[in-house]
Design a protein around this ligand. Structure first.
Ligand code: GRF
Length: 216
């Protein structure tokens, strides 16, 4: 039975407008972006919206995913801005106009300029398809990571989300998930198993960063 005080309460919006704005930076298929889009839709991520997608490649399928979900998306790469300083200014401007609070690198294949990393210190996270500190750093990306895991004879691999600092894949780790390396695995089968873990821990990592914001 609702008491009178509840019945007389003013109507409140079910949408919390004080949500954080997330930018997702991509270069490819965008399945990690899709995992975040789906998590916001289902409520697995609350307190934030994906406000912007920035791609380093005009033809990244992640741009299509953004368009299909009504998310502002812009391609800012060497094709559009050959000059590095102009490219950095374009990225910074897009982030500022969208009032971005958190940046998620999800398959973003360019190195962020140090000025941007400092501007968004402790607010940029990256997903990497190995158990950092194994098989990471310059040159370890995509299928190369899984090939290295198999060549090393590792019996397990996994995924890591970490804060981004000015080195490559070296920032404080937020979350990791281990997956087994199965007999008969090749780079593609291992990549597929790790990618499923990526989608899970990226959502969990974003929730941890949102919580850290709330606590700050
Ligand atoms: C993922 O494997 C991620 O770990 C790596 O690039 C890939 C991006 O995949 N950084 P997608 O574009 O999110 O599908």
């Amino acid at each position: 039975m609702l008491n009178d005080s509840v019945l007389s309460a003013p109507c409140v919006s079910s949408v919390n407008e004080s949500r954080l704005n997330i930018a997702v930076m991509i270069s490819g298929g965008g399945t990690n972006l899709q995992a975040l889009i789906d998590a916001v839709k289902t409520g697995a991520i609350q307190g934030a919206r994906i406000a912007l997608v920035i791609s380093s490649k005009q033809d990244a399928y992640g741009m299509t995913r953004a368009a299909e979900n009504g998310i502002a998306a812009v391609s800012i790469g060497k094709a559009e801005f050959p000059d590095a300083a102009e490219r950095e200014a374009a990225i910074s401007g897009a982030l500022q106009r969208a009032k971005i609070d958190i940046i998620v690198l999800a398959g973003y294949m360019s190195i962020l300029p140090p000025g941007l990393i400092r501007e968004y210190e402790w607010r940029i996270i990256n997903i990497h398809p190995s158990l950092i500190p194994k098989h990471c750093g310059m040159g370890f990306y995509g299928k190369r990571v899984h090939t290295a895991v198999l060549a090393a004879g590792d019996r397990e691999s996994g995924a890591t989300v970490h804060y981004v600092d000015e080195e490559v894949d070296s920032g404080q780790i937020i979350i990791q998930e281990r997956v087994p390396v199965m007999d008969g695995d090749d780079a593609d089968s291992l990549a597929a198993r790790v990618l499923e873990a990526e989608h899970r821990i990226l959502v969990a990592a974003v929730n941890k960063v949102i919580a850290a914001f709330a606590g700050s």
